[in-house]
Design a protein around this ligand. Structure first.
Ligand SMILES: C[S@@+](CC[C@H](N)C(=O)[O-])C[C@H]1O[C@@H](n2cnc3c(N)ncnc32)[C@H](O)[C@@H]1O
Length: 277
């Protein structure tokens, strides 16, 4: 190694912990997660990234069945030993990468302190087609991500699409000191609950996202203008009041319910060859 390489090597920051092994050691936070989850004795719950079982065993005391998915071989073995030593016959340990694990096909919930670095792939999995049996997720995520997911009127079309099917709520901020070792950022507890009545049909998710991208391509544009390429002037006169919008509202002000109404209006009134793709 030459001098310069040596200097770079010495100055390098400690390697980022991509497996996010920040174990939760706060009984208060665990209790709060259980309260938000509101599990019933017959429920199936998936613990993503079970670690040493800080959440797994409290979950097993409340749910019918717990599936604990953990990528780390040492943690998985430790969990198996804990299951053998305990009375928790309702816990299955699966050593796997959550990204390739097959989700249950009958109704289930998720309660987990997930590795922050794969938050998006986890949400894509849970909230997409594979997660069609997922009823509710109670998750610890990075605080910044939690604020973004639970903010009003998102401009991110994927998040907007998810919100047609799920209600996102910020529960509480969790200080980094509740984890060992503490992560570099604070965390937050969120819940994601499947809507009883989705705002748009499930099979239209992709089409909705294209519609949202079209309308939000200029978020500060007033809706009358943003929708002019799709609806005729006469249609807009009826559609906007139906959605509770005035011409002066901007595209970024459209609420979730209004998105649903506008999308339904497009399906009903606009010929399909003009739908955004
Ligand atoms: C933030 S820790 C949570 C551990 C435990 N649930 C707790 O709260 O104490 C995240 C856990 O996810 C595991 N993990 C990381 N990447 C994973 C993946 N792709 N699939 C499954 N588990 C993963 C880590 O090994 C770690 O145990």
């Amino acid at each position: 190694m030459n001098k310069q390489a040596k200097r770079i090597h010495r100055n390098k920051r400690p390697q980022e912990n991509f497996t996010g092994q920040h174990l939760l050691h706060s009984p208060k936070t665990i209790k709060r997660m259980l309260a938000v989850a509101g599990l019933k004795p017959n429920d199936t719950v998936v613990d993503i990234g079970a670690g040493k079982g800080g959440l797994t065993f409290p979950l097993a005391a409340q749910a019918g069945k717990v599936i604990a998915v953990e990528i780390d071989a040492t943690f998985s073995q430790l969990l198996r030993n804990k299951v053998l030593a305990s009375e928790s016959s309702n816990v299955s340990i699966v050593q796997a990468d959550i990204r390739t694990f097959r989700l249950p096909t009958s109704p289930f919930s998720v309660v987990a302190n997930i590795p922050f670095s794969i938050t998006t792939p986890i949400l894509e999995k849970l909230l997409g087609a594979e997660g069609k049996a997922m009823q509710k997720a109670v998750l610890i995520v990075e605080k910044g991500a939690a604020k973004r997911f639970t903010g009003e009127a998102p401009r991110d079309t994927r998040l907007l699409m998810w919100k047609m099917f799920f209600i996102f709520k910020l529960d509480s901020v969790i200080p980094r000191t509740h984890f060992a070792p503490p992560p570099r950022v604070d965390a937050a507890l969120i819940s994601i609950t499947r809507r009883q009545e989705p705002l748009i049909p499930m099979q239209e998710a992709k089409r909705f996202r294209a519609f949202a991208a079209y309308v939000l391509s200029a978020p500060q544009l007033v809706v009358g203008e943003a929708l002019r390429g799709l609806f005729t002037a006469a249609q807009l006169k009826r559609v906007l009041p139906e959605a509770g919008l005035s011409r002066e509202n901007t595209a970024q002000e459209i609420t979730l319910e209004q998105w649903g109404t506008l999308f339904h209006a497009m399906l009903k009134h606009v010929p399909s060859y003009r739908w955004p793709r």
